[in-house]
Design a protein around this ligand. Structure first.
Ligand code: FAD
Length: 375
């Protein structure tokens, strides 16, 4: 049965796009953190929505489970097949075209396998911003971002991936194509079905394309890192920056001294303070108006924060290169943790106002239960 399924899959996508040799399937059979190892029956690489639909129909007929896979950067094993040798990985990597860009509607229609960085570039070339941004953007694909409802570093201002979507095209488990590829800016029809597929990790269907919102491109950015005593102080800083800067605040990322130490150790990224501090917040302001005003606004906001005792110190990037270095402190955290050894991933969501209390309580409990663990 498996032989005939493989032959039928090859008839749909071409033999070169049905991988069965373990040397070829290995990269698809394990996750980014190398925590899970599976054994797929085959890895199939369709290039069109019609091919995805035909592949799903064949797998359903053969009762072979389907595991959709995008860039395989997910951190909880959802894209890894099990070890039964019976599951078919459907890689969306070849379904990677930008189908349309509508500058007036400010939307882009892309296929699921479009790598996030390529999507950002296509928007940029049209003088627009696609704001989803995360450290895995060079490999992760928009279908994976949608299926994990990824957050990224600008979630504060633009929301989760869910908030960036106007329409979807999905291959259902029946092999039918659900065409919800609408780009309506005002859509007050009921039952927002597309939202069911977002964050569903492929359990309800395979996303093959999406209509996404674009935004005006920022003309000015100001980036800074603030040193802080506690996560509670970070919340006070956030409140103060929001009060002074409004929705020009596009990123606010809090991380501990331990994260910085790991990034320094494994990536040798320079830290712009002479002494270590318990906590750090990386801030970015963005504005569609060009000019120096944004840097001055950030300077005065952080000076106030230091004067009022909320922040211990702060450094504002004076060049694009320095801003990149500050971001490298944040963006290398996951990889530095992976290089250090086994670590437990978590992606928690709680009201912003309770983050300080949550971190303090959790740190204290972890230290009591596992005195040797870092936090
Ligand atoms: C260094 C690093 C930094 C990260 N930073 C962040 C971050 O800041 N914020 C954040 O939210 N996440 C972050 N992540 C995790 C993030 O969720 C993933 O990187 C990304 O969204 C997954 O995309 P992918 O294409 O790699 O999906 P995959 O890993 O391939 O798949 C993820 C899940 O989606 C399913 N899937 C994939 N494509 C489809 C499709 N077309 N249709 C249906 N189901 C599909 C898979 O079956 C799986 O369940 C980070 C990961 C890394 C490695």
């Amino acid at each position: 049965m498996s032989g005939s399924l493989i032959a039928r899959l090859a008839a749909v996508v071409g033999a070169a796009h049905v991988l069965t040799d373990p040397r070829d399937t290995a990269p698809f059979a394990t996750d980014w953190r190398k925590r899970y190892f599976g054994k797929p029956l085959a890895v199939v690489r369709p290039a069109t929505t019609a091919e995805v639909a035909a592949v799903v129909r064949l797998c359903v007929e053969a009762r072979a489970a389907v595991v959709p896979q995008g860039g395989n950067t997910g951190l909880c094993g959802g894209a890894t097949p099990d070890a039964s040798g019976e599951q078919v990985v459907v890689s969306l990597a070849r379904l990677n075209r930008v189908r349309a860009l509508d500058p007036v509607n400010s939307t882009i229609t892309v296929e699921a396998g479009c790598v996030l960085a390529n999507l950002q570039r296509a928007a940029d070339e049209a003088d627009r911003l696609f704001p989803l941004s995360l450290a895995a953007e060079g490999s992760c694909e928009i279908g994976g971002n949608l299926s994990t409802n990824a957050g990224g570093v600008q979630v504060l201002r633009y929301g989760n991936t869910r908030d960036l979507v106007l329409g979807l095209e999905v291959v259902l488990p029946s092999g039918e194509v659900w065409d919800g590829l609408r780009g309506l800016r005002k859509d007050n029809t009921g039952y927002d079905l597309k939202q069911l597929f977002i964050g569903a990790e492929g359990t309800l269907g395979i996303i093959t394309a999406a209509v996404l919102k674009l935004f005006p491109k920022p003309r000015a950015q100001a980036t800074a890192i603030a040193a802080l005593r506690t996560p509670r102080d970070a919340l006070r800083l956030l409140e103060q920056v929001q009060a002074h800067c409004g929705d020009r605040l596009t990123a606010f990322e809090l991380f501990s001294a331990l994260c910085i130490a790991l990034v320094r150790k494994h990536f040798n990224v320079p830290v712009p303070f002479e002494t270590a501090h318990p906590q750090y917040a990386l801030l970015e302001l963005s504005d569609t108006h060009a000019g120096e005003g944004l840097v001055r606004l950030l300077e005065s906001t952080l000076a106030d924060a230091i004067e009022s005792g909320i922040a211990l110190d702060a450094v504002i990037a004076t060049s694009g290169a320095q801003a990149k270095q500050l971001w490298a402190l944040r963006e290398n955290i996951s990889e530095a943790q992976a290089a250090e050894g086994p670590n437990i991933k978590h992606d928690i969501s709680i009201p912003i106002s309770r983050i300080g209390e949550f971190i303090e309580t959790t740190d204290a409990r972890l230290a009591a239960a596992f005195p040797a663990c870092g936090w």
